[in-house]
Write a protein that binds this ligand. Structure first.
Ligand code: ZN
Length: 105
C-alpha cells in the first residue's frame, strides 16, 4: 500500500515548491516519484520529430518529484500529516492520519 496515491491532495515539504499544495496526477511506483499539479514546472525545448505529431517549441510541464518530498493533507486537520495504517472491521486496510486518527481514504 502506497503512502500517497493518484488524486491525493498533497503538500510539498522541501525544495523550491515547499508549502505548495496540489493534486497527484501520476505516480511512478518503481521510481518512488509523483507528479503533482502545479509543482516543479519545467520548460523543455521540444524538437519536432519526423513522423510524430506532438507539441513542439518551448513547452512547460510538471516534472516528477520524489514521493518523500510530499505529505498527504488531512481534510480534518488541514495540515500535511504523517500516514499510519489501520484495519477496519470488514478487513480492509485503510490509511489514517497520525495526528487525528481520521481515515484518509
Ligand atoms: Zn488529521
Amino acid at each position: 500500500m502506497n503512502r500517497v496515491r493518484k488524486g491525493d491532495l498533497v503538500e510539498v515539504i522541501s525544495g523550491n515548491d515547499r508549502g505548495v499544495r496540489g493534486q497527484i496526477q501520476r505516480v511512478l511506483p518503481t521510481k518512488q516519484r509523483v507528479v503533482v499539479q502545479g509543482v516543479r514546472i519545467v520548460k523543455k525545448h521540444q524538437r519536432r520529430t519526423p513522423g510524430v505529431r506532438t507539441q513542439t517549441g518551448i513547452i512547460e510541464f510538471e516534472a516528477p518529484i520524489h514521493a518523500s518530498n510530499v505529505m498527504p493533507v488531512c481534510p480534518a486537520c488541514d495540515k500535511a500529516v504523517r500516514v499510519g495504517y489501520a484495519v477496519q472491521a470488514n478487513g480492509t486496510k485503510v490509511r489514517v492520519c497520525r495526528a487525528c486518527e481520521g481515515i484518509l481514504d
